[in-house]
Design a protein around this ligand. Structure first.
Ligand SMILES: *Cc1c(COP(=O)(O)O)cnc(C)c1O
Length: 383
């Protein structure tokens, strides 16, 4: 088959059904397009999904993380421990509220924060932890919360990639302290852009609403007060309608992603790629929602750098991505004292990882095609 006859396979593509598209048209025609009835429905559905806990929607996962920190009382002088192997928003929000990020390196097997190192990073100034569930794989939640309780720390879970993931049969979001989801276009459940914060009680929900919209509370028919410094983080009803339209498909989305992830293991395990030293993700089929399938490249055994490897995939009609370069090596972080060598596992992962295509409308044949390409490139360019 000639390569040009095969359609390009992107690394991610959202699945929006016709009913949702029609629902969005109805919202646009309804006369109320920003935060309104669709958001109320979306929040109610998310709350039900999270075991009845209060949930408030936001216009991004970054906003939910920042407001989560504010609700937890994190500010000037506080330290927050997180992982350097994440999207940069995880730690940017810590600076945003005036606190200081403290990184703990990852466990190279799970690629999530190493809980031993996390515990060692705790100081008298530590106020909170932001664990990240990279590609939807949770950390050991029992251990995480045991550490948090022992040191009286708040937890703001960056579950941006973990919607639909579980821990011992319980949904992420149905357990824990503050839990932050993102509904960015590339996430397992999307509202185009958006996020949701799972809260502990009604008092936190009221505070979340204030932070979401200028700190305003309405009293009576015509009264208004502003008693906290809030921002502008509310979600439109167009977005909420998209999110609502995704929820009925979630179980199918999860099943399909797990099936595709299994097909990746079948196509790469024991094949030329892994024989050369390509690293595979932790094979968790109990808890993870398989938000991404990330391999690591044995660059010392390849006559190609990562960009060259990705270009080879592209030549074969396959898209790929990088999630993520180690945060502490970005210029902003270097300027604040972080250096190469501080978190070697996150650095190695960030420098060698490639995200392969994984989305619900892919088939197992598509995965087989990607695996053939990866194996072929490894054979062709392996030393
Ligand atoms: C996507 C993502 C975010 C940010 O979410 P946005 O909705 O894009 O603001 C934060 N953390 C992680 C781990 C993410 O994947």
């Amino acid at each position: 088959m000639s390569q040009s006859s095969v359609p390009f396979l992107p690394f991610v593509r959202p699945e929006i059904d016709e009913e949702t598209i029609q629902g969005v048209v109805d919202v646009l025609r309804s006369g109320w397009i920003t935060t309104g009835p669709q958001n109320q429905k979306f929040e109610a559905a998310l709350s039900e999904f999270c075991g009845g806990r209060p949930v408030r929607t936001f216009n991004s996962g970054t906003a939910t993380l920042e407001i989560g920190l504010r609700i937890a009382g994190v500010g000037e002088g506080d330290e927050v421990i997180t992982t350097p192997a994440s999207w940069v928003s995880t730690s940017n929000v810590i600076y945003e509220v005036g606190a200081t990020p403290v990184f703990a390196d990852i466990d190279p097997v799970t690629r999530n924060i190493d809980l031993d190192l996390l515990e060692k990073a705790i100081t008298p100034r530590t106020k909170a932890i932001i664990p990240v569930y990279l590609s939807g794989l949770p950390v050991d939640m029992d251990r995480l919360y045991a550490i948090a309780r022992a040191h009286k720390l708040r937890v703001i879970e960056d579950a941006a990639q973990a919607f639909g993931s579980t821990w011992n049969g319980k949904r992420i979001g149905a357990i824990g302290d503050l839990v932050s989801f993102s509904f960015h276009a590339n996430k397992n459940l999307t509202s185009i852009e958006g996020g949701a914060l799972v809260l502990n009680d009604e008092a936190e929900a009221v505070l979340a609403q204030k932070y979401r919209l200028q700190g305003i509370t309405r009293t009576g028919f015509d009264g208004m007060d502003c008693d906290v410094l809030g921002g502008k983080y509310n979600l439109t009803d167009v977005s909420a309608r998209v999110g609502l339209g995704q929820l009925p498909h979630l179980e199918r989305f999860l099943a399909q992603r797990r099936k595709l992830a299994r097909a990746y293991f079948a196509g790469l395990e024991g094949a030329p790629a892994t024989q050369l030293g390509v690293g595979l993700p932790f094979a968790d089929f109990d808890n993870s929602n398989w938000h991404m399938f990330q391999i690591t490249l044995p660059l010392d055994k390849l006559n190609l750098d990562r960009a060259g490897f990705m270009a080879q995939l592209k030549e074969r009609g396959i898209g790929s991505g990088v999630h993520y370069p180690a945060i502490h090596l970005f210029s902003l972080y270097r300027a604040r004292g972080f250096k190469e060598g501080m978190f070697p596992h996150a650095e190695r992962f960030g420098a060698t990882t490639v995200t392969l295509p994984l989305f619900t409308q892919m088939s197992e044949d598509d995965v087989a095609r990607v695996c053939r390409a990866v194996n072929e490139i490894c054979e062709q360019y392996g030393k």
